[in-house]
Design a protein around this ligand. Structure first.
Ligand code: GDP
Length: 470
């Protein structure tokens, strides 16, 4: 590759290296210093290629206002186990007017789209629960526009309901509360609304701004109203994308299919993905051989917010990876190869999700210092949260993503990792599964048994974040 770039013969480079006492073959990787020496030896100029030269930076390329058109909202359903997430997803799928007409067979591809009676489209992620939601966020994929929090009216707020509220708030995504199982005689929807207040979710009926709706996934009651509220929320969000450009998409799920090879379900973020398009996705490149929708039908193209299965990938990407359409195969391969090299390099030297990295990414004037707090007793947890809030000032604010009592769990780790926050453990330790996740995601852990030591150290870190010029 180096020979190519210098328009020299590979054999000549090998010979030159041989003369420098380096026995290498023509396709061996050499380090940067050697490469530089070699380039000079051949009388060429050294141009260091930076990330931005080789890789694609889609954040730089912003679509102008006049190209933007409304796009359907992308909705994720969260809530406690058995509160009816799957039933609600099925019931909502059943309201699709297009599905009724075409008689397509339901394909579970990770997401589906419905068309409402008045021809609006809504996309639902088919994997309910906050784990999937948080894992996507960890990978930098914020695909969800609206969260539906399902609470069973006969059960009340349960641990996973509360987790879901925290995760949604941490992501800053608007929520609609669906009070489910309203058909049951023992349903007590008003009690749910009251209990939600304790978690700072104030629904409209309680003079707040969170929409709520009573539904039954079983009888279909309230579904129309739920759909209306989703559309209303979407309108408020002014969701828009440019459909007339090469596509950017996010991988929702991917697997190796026995018959079809690597298959990925993607959600188009902007542009239109077409058959024949050449793309890069994660560390893989490919060309769209076929696009299959959630009704099992082959389609020629997919526009913004449309979920579609892509065939024609070089390998299996990860959920959360971005797919970007590029001009040609050479470019696709160049980017994919570059990313593979970067990934290999990173594996040997991974930067932890530390505080510096976290704040480098923050843009607003007032910086935030997110933390997850776990303590052995309620009194300590409360005292720590109060003490941490007291450390906030005009320039930096502590943001407690979650505080609780008991061992540090997987859920704490995913929450912390998604927001690149440290976990503060006060007289508590992580359980085995959490430990594994901490290591995998390089989450920063801080253990204390004296509160003033905790506040002193956090105060120091916060000052450090603001920089030395103060
Ligand atoms: P998930 O774990 O949140 O996905 O919950 P499921 O959708 O699997 O539902 C759990 C149970 O509640 C199942 O037995 C459903 O049949 C039942 N269920 C779900 N929604 C309703 C509802 O609106 N009314 C009644 N009566 N039962 C429901």
């Amino acid at each position: 590759e180096l020979a190519n770039r210098m328009a020299e013969k590979g054999a000549d480079l090998v010979k030159a290296l041989f003369n420098m006492d380096m026995m290498v073959t023509v396709n061996q990787t050499i380090d940067q210093d050697t490469a530089e020496l070699l380039v000079e030896e051949f009388g060429h100029n050294i141009v260091r290629v930076s990330d931005s030269d080789v890789d694609i930076d889609t954040t730089e390329d912003v679509d102008s206002e006049e190209t933007l058109q409304p796009r359907p909202p992308v909705v994720t359903i969260m809530g406690h186990v058995d509160h009816g997430k799957t039933s609600l997803l099925d019931a909502l799928r059943g309201t699709d007017v297009v599905r009724g007409e075409a008689g397509g067979i339901t394909q579970h591809i990770g997401a589906y789209q419905i068309t409402t009676k008045d021809k609006h489209k809504i996309t639902f992620l088919d994997t309910p629960g906050h784990e999937a939601f948080t894992q996507m966020r960890q990978r930098g994929a914020n695909v969800t526009d609206i969260v539906i929090l399902v609470v069973a009216a006969d059960d009340g707020l349960m641990p996973q309901t509360i987790e879901a509220i925290k995760h949604t708030k941490a992501a800053g995504v608007p929520m609609i509360v669906a009070i489910n199982k309203i058909d049951k005689p023992e349903a007590k929807p008003q009690k749910i609304r009251e209990r939600l207040l304790e978690h700072e979710v104030v629904v409209e009926a309680m003079s707040g701004d969170v929409q709520d709706v009573e539904v039954s996934a079983k009888t279909g009651a309230g579904l129309d109203e739920l759909i209306e509220k989703i559309l209303l929320q979407a309108e408020l969000l002014e969701l828009k994308a440019n459909p007339d450009r090469p596509a950017d998409a996010t991988v929702i799920e991917a697997q190796l299919d026995k018959g079809r090879g690597p298959v990925a379900t993607v959600l188009v973020n902007r542009g239109t993905l077409k058959r024949g398009d050449v793309f890069v996705v994660g560390n893989e490149s490919g060309r769209v051989r076929a696009l299959v929708d959630d009704k099992g039908q082959q389609v020629k193209e997919a526009g913004p917010s449309m979920p579609v299965e892509v065939l024609g990938l070089g390998g299996v990407p990860n959920a959360g990876d971005h797919l970007t359409v590029v001009e040609n195969e050479q470019r696709a391969r160049e980017v994919a190869t570059y990313r593979q090299q970067q990934a290999t390099a990173k594996r040997t030297a991974t930067a932890p999700a530390n505080l510096d990295a976290m704040f480098a990414g923050l843009k607003s004037d007032v910086k935030e210092f997110p933390v997850v707090v776990k303590a052995d007793v309620q009194g300590s947890a409360e005292a720590i949260v109060t003490a941490l809030h007291n450390l906030s000032n005009d320039e930096i604010k502590v943001r407690v993503l979650n505080s609780g009592v008991g061992a540090i769990t997987e859920s704490d780790v995913t929450l912390a990792s998604a927001s690149k926050a440290p976990i503060i453990g006060f007289n508590v330790r992580p359980n085995a599964k959490a430990r594994e996740l901490i290591a995998r995601h390089k989450v920063e852990m801080k253990y204390y048994d004296v509160i003033y030591q905790l506040t002193e150290e956090i105060a120091r870190e916060m000052a450090g974040v603001l920089g030395p010029l103060r």
